[in-house]
Each structure stands twice: as structure tokens, then as C-alpha cells.
Design a protein around this ligand. Structure first.
Ligand code: RTP
Ligand code: MG
Length: 140
């Protein structure tokens, strides 16, 4: 299994509750390395473009409003099988369905305010990483 990278976002519900360190510990304890990280306030345009695949969904407007409601931490995680591994560490989208010990089971407030984003495929990871980071900002 080759080393892989994935894009992670610690969402506004989690930064508001000062959970960045606790969430980062989950990644590191599970063998993922944080090779890039920055705390930013997304613009409406950035959030709409980032979640563009959901543009037709009923929750799109609320999702964008939530993602710009406070600071987020965008980060690149690196490790073996990083995309799927991070999805496992995060748990299911709805915390009610998330397995015990996952970030969303332990920290998420709701299906929307679910604390973290993680890329869902290697292909999307490459697109999402390039959306937020220059190559020179990623230090392995
Ligand atoms: P993400 O993209 O943020 O990692 O989450 P995901 O793959 O687990 O879930 P996805 O289906 O891609 O949905 C993106 C985000 O939209 C919000 N959502 N709200 N109100 C709702 O029913 C609903 N469904 C999804 C969540 O914040 C979800 O993470
Ligand atoms: Mg998704």
C-alpha cells in the first residue's frame, strides 16, 4: 500500500469548542501525519466552490452558511491508505450512525455540524489539496 494524502477540514463547530488539538491527536495516534495545516475563514465563494457537488441538495445553503460561520483548519494528512483511513477515523456523516471511538461519534453536534471533512477518494483528495495548498506549503 503506497503512501497517500488526503484533505481534512476541522469544521467551525469544532474550532469553536477548541477541539483542534484533540482532533489532531486522533489523526496522529492512527498513523496519519499532518504535513500541512492552516487556520482560515472561508469566504462564501470558497465554501460554495468546495462543496459544489452538493449544489442541488436541499441542505446546500445551510451547509455553506455553517462552513463560513467560524474559522476552519484545513490540513493535508499523509500516511498509508490515508483517504480511507481518515474516513474510518472520522466515522459516518451522521454522528448518530458513527462507530464508537470515531471523531464524529465523540465530538459532532449534528449531521451538519459534524466536526470534520475528509476527501472521499484519492482523485478528489488531489483536487481538494490543490484547492487550498501550494506544493511548497506541504512539507512531508
Ligand atoms: P464531508 O464531505 O464534509 O467530509 O462529509 P461526508 O462526505 O461524510 O458527507 P457528504 O455527503 O459529502 O456531505 C457533506 C456535508 O454536508 C453536510 N450535510 N448535511 N442536513 C443534512 O442532511 C446534511 N447532509 C450532509 C454535512 O456537514 C456533511 O459532512
Ligand atoms: Mg463528502
Amino acid at each position: 500500500m503506497a503512501t497517500e494524502r488526503t484533505l481534512s477540514i476541522i469544521k467551525p463547530d469544532a474550532t469553536r469548542r477548541n477541539l483542534t488539538g484533540k482532533i489532531n491527536a486522533r489523526f496522529e495516534e492512527n498513523g496519519l501525519r499532518i504535513v500541512a495545516q492552516k487556520r482560515v475563514r472561508l469566504t462564501k465563494e470558497q465554501a460554495e466552490a468546495f462543496y459544489g457537488v452538493h449544489r442541488e441538495r436541499s441542505f446546500f445553503g445551510e451547509l455553506v452558511a455553517f462552513m463560513i460561520s467560524g474559522p476552519v483548519v484545513v490540513q493535508v494528512l499523509e500516511g498509508e491508505n490515508a483517504v480511507l483511513k481518515n474516513r474510518d477515523i472520522m466515522g459516518a456523516t451522521n454522528p448518530a450512525n458513527a462507530a464508537a471511538g470515531t471523531i464524529r461519534a465523540d465530538f459532532a453536534e449534528s449531521v451538519e455540524a459534524n466536526s470534520v471533512h475528509g476527501s472521499d477518494s484519492a482523485e478528489n483528495a488531489a483536487i481538494e489539496i490543490a484547492y487550498f495548498f501550494a506544493q511548497s506549503e506541504i512539507v512531508a
